[in-house]
Ligand binder design. Structure first.
Ligand code: ADP
Ligand code: ZN
Length: 291
């Protein structure tokens, strides 16, 4: 059986076909232009491969409420042409196969839970720190949607006194995304993060915000593992620093075996940047099984 997998991002669309064992046979990419320009190419690709179901892990915010008339839409994105576009409806019309749908970050988390470093866990978080900051959550074995879907990137942070920068989020003057995303680092320090590797202050501040946020997630969601991905997390020196700041933030309050082994608890993504496409593949497999 051939399943289709689409990782729909704000800059590129990654399409793949694979099987129920998580084997990816082929991957192609299209730039994200307008829906009218981009989506027909994608649907033609999947049609030519005769996929039996399609999983879509999508940038957002998106409408995931199954009983909503707008289920499957991208809602309030500033990305030109995409606000209000119903990607699930369009895919269904073009392909006439079961469609699985979730956020990009839930997709990445599902990839890690099914095929990667969180295999077998029922409660986990995937946080991406890239152009934006977003998080996927699995709770009690289910991807968490709730009212809409969690927005872990926009929680308020205590501002650090020694922080020379400020939040660049248009909505919040002190949220995690506004203070730690790649563009936020560039705005604060005047150059992109990859050129700041040797500046200790940069990573000290970055890790303090991230570690503090992770402590809040542990207190509210009680994950068994936290996976960190996204462009900024390519800075490997962040991991030990984040674990240290996380520990300071919790200050010994949570006592579990996991807290004694933070190197296995706060971890990098494990699937060579394929976690999103593999998660979307699992969405397709599940959609087919449910049909
Ligand atoms: P997106 O979030 O758009 O899907 P990424 O996760 O690759 O894409 O995030 C892009 C952001 O990550 C950019 O702001 C970029 O400056 C930053 N970034 C990319 N590579 C690195 C790196 N090696 N070190 C630090 N920051 C990086
Ligand atoms: Zn914000």
């Amino acid at each position: 059986m051939i399943y289709g997998s689409l990782e729909a991002g704000g800059t590129k669309m990654v399409c793949a076909i694979g099987d129920e064992n998580g084997k990816i046979f082929e991957q192609v990419k299209f730039p994200t232009l307008t829906p009218e320009e981009t989506m027909p190419q994608i649907f033609d690709y999947f049609k030519s491969k005769n996929v039996q179901a399609l999983g879509i892990a999508c940038f957002g915010p998106i409408d995931l409420r199954k009983d909503s008339k707008d289920y499957g839409s991208i809602t309030s994105t500033p990305k030109k042409g995409w606000s209000g576009y119903n990607i699930v409806k369009a895919a269904k019309e073009a392909l006439n196969v079961p469609i699985g749908f979730d956020t990009d970050v839930n997709g990445s988390l599902l990839g890690e839970i099914t095929y990667g470093c969180a295999k077998g866990l029922t409660d986990a978080i995937y946080l991406t720190i890239g152009t934006g900051v977003g998080g996927g959550v699995m709770s009690n074995g289910k991807l968490l949607h709730g009212m809409l879907h969690p927005e872990l990137g926009h929680i308020r942070m205590p501002l650090l006194k020694n922080d020379p920068g400020k939040s660049i989020c248009p909505f919040h003057d002190n949220c995690l995304e506004g203070l730690t995303s790649g563009p936020s680092l560039a705005a604060r320090w005047g150059k992109t993060a990859d050129l700041l590797v040797d500046n200790k202050e940069v990573w000290e501040i970055e890790a303090t915000y991230i570690g503090t946020a992770l402590a809040s997630y542990v207190l509210t969601l009680s994950p068994q593992k936290i996976i960190l991905g996204g462009g900024v997390m390519h800075q490997e020196q962040l991991f030990p620093l984040i674990r240290e700041k996380f520990k300071e933030a919790l200050n010994g309050y949570v006592v579990t075996e996991e807290m004694d082994h933070l190197e296995d608890y706060i971890v990098p993504a494990s699937l060579n940047d394929d976690q999103g496409i593999l998660g979307a593949l699992k969405l397709a497999i599940d959609a087919y099984a449910e049909k």
